[in-house]
Design a protein around this ligand. Structure first.
Ligand code: SF4
Ligand code: SF4
Length: 128
């Protein structure tokens, strides 16, 4: 089962084929394809390294190269939406999140992310 850390519930919605390395992009393409196109695809929400970190060049033994930052992204996502670790249907979970997300909340969660200005996250998640 695909494992996702909390803030990757958001990044997977904005992703459009760009990433940190060829391996990372190949893996991200495969994961995102399943999440977007396989009806009822389930995920294991996990508060740590996940199926995307698994192929990331910034992952060293499960620790992210920008650990403080991504921990903050995760913590804020969990706090805003009352998330718990466990199994979810991805499409149902992101629908529930997106229904409540505001641009101000997303800007707060993603503060400091270099993809924020260039990716489709805000448009795809907030619809604007
Ligand atoms: S702006 Fe960055 S942290 Fe926020 S959803 Fe997009 S890629 Fe993820
Ligand atoms: S290791 Fe860090 S930068 Fe890489 S995918 Fe995981 S959280 Fe993102």
């Amino acid at each position: 089962m695909i494992r996702l850390r909390p803030h990757h519930l958001l990044c997977t919605q904005g992703y459009s084929g760009k990433g940190y390395s060829t391996d990372f992009v190949d893996n991200m393409n495969a994961v995102v394809h399943r999440l977007r196109h396989v009806p009822g695809e389930k995920i294991q929400l996990t508060f740590g390294p996940d199926s995307l970190c698994a192929c990331c060049p910034h992952n060293t033994d499960g620790l992210c190269g920008t650990q403080d930052k991504v921990s903050r992204f995760d913590r804020k996502t969990v706090q805003y939406f009352g998330l718990k670790e466990g199994e979810y249907v991805y499409q149902e979970l992101i629908s529930a999140i997106d229904a409540r997300m505001t641009p101000a909340m997303l800007a707060d969660i993603c503060e400091g992310c270099s993809w924020y200005a260039v990716s489709a996250c805000r448009r795809n998640i907030c619809g604007e």
